[in-house]
Design a protein around this ligand. Sequence first.
Ligand SMILES: [Zn+2]
Ligand SMILES: [Zn+2]
Length: 86
Amino acid sequence: MVMLQKVMSGSSGEWITCVWCRLQGEDRPGYELFKSVFHEHAREIPCDDPRAAHINFVFCSELHKQYYRNSHIDMGNLPPGFRSSF
Ligand SMILES: [Zn+2]
Ligand SMILES: [Zn+2]
């Protein structure tokens, strides 16, 4: 069995909840393996520009990462929600 490393929040020392699970009202830890960077900046701004904003999201599984990414794209980069059709 592979040991997955939980993503810890720097300040409190507690693990960070999977973003998708949190939207569902569940409380499961996110793992380093499924960490994902979302680019919250316009395409014409390069990633290393000081104005470029990035958000790190963590997930409990590859599936939840895909769910979240798809919902994010569907919603045109608005604050994420979820659809029960999943
Ligand atoms: Zn999850
Ligand atoms: Zn970027």
